[in-house]
Design a protein around this ligand. Sequence first.
Ligand code: ZN
Length: 288
Amino acid sequence: MILEIILAAGCFWGVQAAFDKLPGVLSSEAGYSGGYVENPSYETVSSGTTGHAEAVKIKYDTDKISTEEILDIFFQSHDPTSLNRQGPDIGTQYRSAIFYTTEGQKEIISKKIEEYTPYFDRPIVTEVLPAGSFWPAEDYHQNYFEKQGGSCSFHINERFLKKKLSEEQYHVLREKGTEAPFSGKYVTFDEEGVYRCAACGQKLFDSEAKFDSPCGWPSFDKALPGTVKIQKDFSHFMIRDEVVCARCGSHLGHVFQDGPTPTKERFCINSVALDFQSSAPEEKENKK
Ligand SMILES: [Zn+2]
């Protein structure tokens, strides 16, 4: 199903950059929504007198990215407890808001607010309203970061992570730590399902890619397409290929080219960096 949703989470340049390149996102457009003035401009919206929020209209294919996933990124990439302010940007035009287009989305939004509430010290103040007029912003503001040569910006909220993750998880994922070998819960674990990033929830590895390895960490022979990034790691007097989550940049482990399967790859991943989700029958039904 093709759906639209309008999200406001501070300056729209960053919001558009966070969503625009996601698999399943068909298009995104920066603009103004939630106000009471027709044909607003950046200047009038910035004056705070039009009632509009800087927003991004996202069109997505639910077969490839679910509304839940869109909202996970939304709630993780800004501070939904901050009223009319995101970082240095202050004013009602920078408020946190979701403008939905279907009743199904509205229900999912309420569930997500419930799910995320325990991860913050203050109440979530995100405004939730049915979508009204959306006024596209001036061309200059479309894909702004991309035009500036900026990299894909999904900046995960560290305060959210500190609350969500255990100390060990935070150390591994955000400070490039390593769990002790043979200590992780997924080392000798072989249920069917999918392993997600423990920080942002993105799916990373299918259980089919997992193999028994004597190294002491869960090992996979491939990642799901486009979900991880490999970067050089020069720490500990070695040159290794570090594996990070492509969405949130969290450290997952390392990859070596000595695997026993045809891919030859051995993704050596910390258990604490992963959240396993079983493909139990009810789960499959939900996916249709
Ligand atoms: Zn992640």
